[in-house]
Write a protein that binds this ligand. Structure first.
Ligand SMILES: [Zn+2]
Length: 210
């Protein structure tokens, strides 16, 4: 489709803005405007609305996409953080509940043969010699596991005649053989203590501080 050399083009004067009709081959050359008389290049009018509108649309589309993407990223980050927080909270809820179990069991009525962590603990008696010597909280701890239990430590809560906790007593043994038994005797230094209940029994993995 060859354009005829003589086909006129519609240009615009760069000074007065009015239309100038000129032959196509003269495009880009300078001429005197027939309307205002000033020298103007013969150029096609710059289509103003058409290119700027899509450009603006493109810019705003990009902005919208950026906002959407950053919003999506932010919400993904927030979701990820929330999930991690939830997991951490779940772990935090589980951990104290597990470690609190033996202590809670101890404060409830201790039935005969309380099983704690592979140990079976008998009911605890406070023995007071009629001669007035030292009292002991006594009972037995059985190892229910197939492995030796080392540095076993038992802690007992002491109660007075009205059931108030008045202190603690403890005893330890270096070893309980597999399926073995340990007769513990925890010295009771609180004079009003008449009863004792299991607070905890466990192997001491790290030696306790003073
Ligand atoms: Zn002009």
């Amino acid at each position: 489709m060859a354009i005829p050399r003589t086909k006129p083009l519609e240009g615009v004067c760069s000074h007065c803005g009015r239309g100038i009709t000129f032959p196509a081959e003269l495009i880009g050359t300078s001429t005197a405007c027939p309307h205002c008389g000033q020298t103007t290049e013969l150029l096609l009018p710059q289509p103003e609305i058409a290119p700027t509108l899509p450009r603006r649309v493109i810019v705003w589309t990009l902005v919208a996409v950026l906002v959407l993407v950053s919003g999506l990223v932010a919400s993904l980050v927030a979701l990820n953080r929330a999930q991690r927080l939830a997991t951490r909270q779940k772990l935090a809820e589980v951990a104290p509940a597990q470690s609190a179990l033996p202590a809670e069991g101890a404060h409830a009525t201790v039935p005969r043969g309380t099983e704690v962590d592979g140990f079976e603990v008998s009911t605890v008696q406070v023995e007071k010699p009629s001669t007035g010597g030292r009292a002991y909280a006594v009972g037995t701890v059985a190892n229910r596991l197939d492995r030796p239990r080392k540095a076993v430590r038992i802690e007992l809560d002491l109660f007075n005649a009205t059931g108030q906790k008045v202190g603690v007593a403890m005893d330890s043994t270096p070893l309980i053989e597999p399926a073995g038994r340990w007769q513990f005797r925890a010295p009771v230094i609180v004079p009003e203590a008449v009863a004792a209940k299991l607070a905890s029994v466990r192997e001491q993995s790290p030696p306790p501080g003073p």
